[in-house]
Design a protein around this ligand. Structure first.
Ligand SMILES: NC(=O)C1=CN([C@@H]2O[C@H](COP(=O)(O)OP(=O)(O)OC[C@H]3O[C@@H](n4cnc5c(N)ncnc54)[C@H](OP(=O)(O)O)[C@@H]3O)[C@@H](O)[C@H]2O)C=CC1
Ligand SMILES: Nc1nc2c(c(=O)[nH]1)N=C([C@H](O)[C@@H](O)CO)CN2
Length: 240
């Protein structure tokens, strides 16, 4: 296959689904990793042969190993990995089993991206684009944590640090960067009081929406002189 190939984790909804659609529309072949093949992503795969939906659960080591093997069997190159999969929950929600919760966050935010980067390195170095790209989607909370989400924030900081190591390891054929989103899209479980509080602390007091992240992702893909960089897309929340 001569088409560029993108691998997106957490592709079943929200940003992952948005980027899957956007890259397909721009002529990419997309390998969409998701925990279960359902809903809009599954429906899209029925009509678009350029979409390969692969089920993978980052909490299951065997599932991750099998996914890496399957991708290496199926493809001879890879041009972009978007590390998007994430769990965003308060520590207090898991007070009775904090150790298990922390293990899960580590697996989704750090171990999964690290194993994909190592396991798929040979495909990335065979990119059909001038350079391959890996983007780690972190959070402004990686630099300035929200204490109620301490465990989440620390593993996002780990994801950002991994970006620096892989940028060093994989240069010059693979560029590795991070994006720190701010309030892009609230989850349904966020109360309106929580939402208003966050927006009152944001210079541009609206949700950014997935298009704002799409533009940042595309700017990295287009800019051959960017690696080891961190871009904030946060409406100015991080300076208040
Ligand atoms: N939304 C926002 O305002 C902000 C977002 N971000 C970051 O941007 C990225 C996208 O955000 P958003 O779209 O809201 O993300 P979501 O909270 O909607 O989660 C993304 C996806 O992660 C995947 N995921 C969760 N657990 C696992 C698991 N065990 N194994 C594999 N995949 C898993 C799921 O994919 P699937 O359903 O396909 O299985 C889930 O839908 C995330 O990395 C997030 O941390 C950062 C700051 C703010
Ligand atoms: N995986 C996710 N991570 C984050 C989300 C989210 O919805 N999913 N949201 C936030 C914050 O709510 C942000 O929108 C406002 O501070 C951070 N991380």
């Amino acid at each position: 296959m001569t088409k560029p190939i993108a691998l997106i984790t957490g592709a079943g909804r929200r940003l992952g689904l948005h980027m899957t659609r956007s890259l397909l529309n721009q002529g990419w072949h997309v390998v969409a990793l998701t925990r279960s093949r359902i809903g809009e992503l599954a429906a899209l795969a029925e009509t678009d042969v350029a979409l390969d939906v692969v089920t993978c659960n980052a909490l299951n080591d065997e599932s991750v190993e099998q996914t890496i093997s399957l991708i290496k069997q199926r493809y001879d190159h890879l041009d972009f990995i978007l590390h998007n999969a994430s769990i965003y929950e308060k520590d207090s929600k898991h007070a009775s089993h904090l150790g298990q919760f922390y293990d899960d966050l580590y697996k989704v935010h750090m171990k999964f991206p690290a194993l994909l980067n190592y396991g798929l390195k040979s495909l990335l170095t065979n990119s059909v684009r001038p350079t391959a790209n890996v983007i780690h989607v972190t959070d402004i909370y990686a630099a300035n944590p929200n204490a109620e989400y301490a465990l989440y924030c620390s593993t996002k900081a780990g994801l950002e640090n991994l970006m620096l190591s892989f940028a060093k390891q994989l240069a010059p054929h693979v560029r590795v960067n991070a994006i720190q989103p701010g309030p892009i899209k609230f989850l349904p479980e966020h109360s309106s009081a929580e939402q208003q509080q966050v927006l009152s602390e944001t210079l541009l007091p609206v949700e950014g929406g997935f298009e704002a992240l799409q533009k940042a992702i595309e700017s990295i893909l287009d800019n051959e002189y960017m690696t080891a960089a961190v871009i904030r897309v946060d409406g100015g929340r991080s300076v208040t």
